[in-house]
Design a protein around this ligand. Structure first.
Ligand code: PGA
Length: 255
């Protein structure tokens, strides 16, 4: 049995005051849920606040991206050790907004994945097709290429480390992110099973453990059916993670 994982992706939202209200509600609302893992990925500037409020709770925190370099002249970038310095255990990588709006590629996702592993961060690799790719029937081709770009660069030791750190995949069809139009539970299940089979071709044992979470307009209202699918191991929640009541309900459904 895989433990479910629910990750809130705050994107570029929040301020000191609203974060404090939201986090305090989450701490209180989630304190009795012991059967799943809960994470919030907050803007880097608020990681210190997340750490001071979430330390010694059952909620972990993480970054929404990380740079592949250790240090240097990379204005505006954040290195993996900076995230671990602030107590992050997770980091999102290859989110579609990073790919589309910031021109990140499979290559940068692979380099960042590697750097995150070295720092001991649990990477959550986001994959997913655009609407045009979806309509052209290219979902599996795109998802496979995004997975392979990262997995193929890992040697045996790094793969073992990724599994040890409990790396996760997030299937996020781009047409479902922030649009209010979620994939159906059946569509999600089919792609999640595809992802798991592809991992199994490399490592059958790892494939049974790795968590594959779904993202794209997850709400309290559709989470139950999505989470009921055998290969959907939780959710990556954007908009609905900014509403305490809604996010707590999603977490309850995963519990
Ligand atoms: P959404 O975002 O839940 O607002 O669709 C999901 C994500 O981008 O991770």
């Amino acid at each position: 049995m895989r433990r479910k994982l629910v990750v809130g992706n705050w994107k570029m939202h929040g301020n000191l005051n609203s974060n404090q209200i939201l986090l305090e509600s989450l701490i209180d609302g989630l304190k009795d849920y012991k059967n799943a893992d809960y994470v919030v990925c907050v803007p880097n500037i608020y990681l210190f606040q997340a750490r001071s409020l979430l330390e010694n709770t059952n909620i972990s925190w993480g970054g929404q991206n990380v740079n592949q370099h250790e240090q240097g002249a990379f204005t505006g970038a954040v290195a993996p050790h900076m995230l671990t310095d602030l107590g992050c255990s997770y980091v999102l990588l290859g989110h579609s907004e990073r790919r589309v709006l910031f021109h990140e590629t499979n290559l940068t996702a692979a380099a960042r994945f590697d750097a995150a592993l070295k720092a001991g961060l649990t990477p959550i690799l986001c994959v997913g097709e655009t609407l045009a790719e979806h309509e052209a029937g290219l979902t599996e081709v795109i998802v496979a290429s995004q997975m392979d770009a990262v997995m193929a660069t890992l040697d045996e030791q790094e793969s073992a480390k990724a599994m040890q750190l409990n790396m996760a995949f997030a299937y996020e069809p781009v047409w479902a992110v922030g649009t209010g139009r979620s994939a159906t539970p059946e569509q999600a299940q089919s792609v999640h099973a595809f992802i798991r089979n592809r991992i199994a071709r490399r490592d059958a044992e790892a494939a049974t453990h790795v968590r594959i979470i779904y993202g794209g307009s997850v709400k309290a209202q559709n989470a139950k059916e999505l989470f009921a699918k055998p290969d959907v191991d939780g959710g990556l929640v954007g908009g609905a993670s900014l509403n305490a009541e809604e996010f707590i309900e999603i977490c309850r459904l995963a519990n």
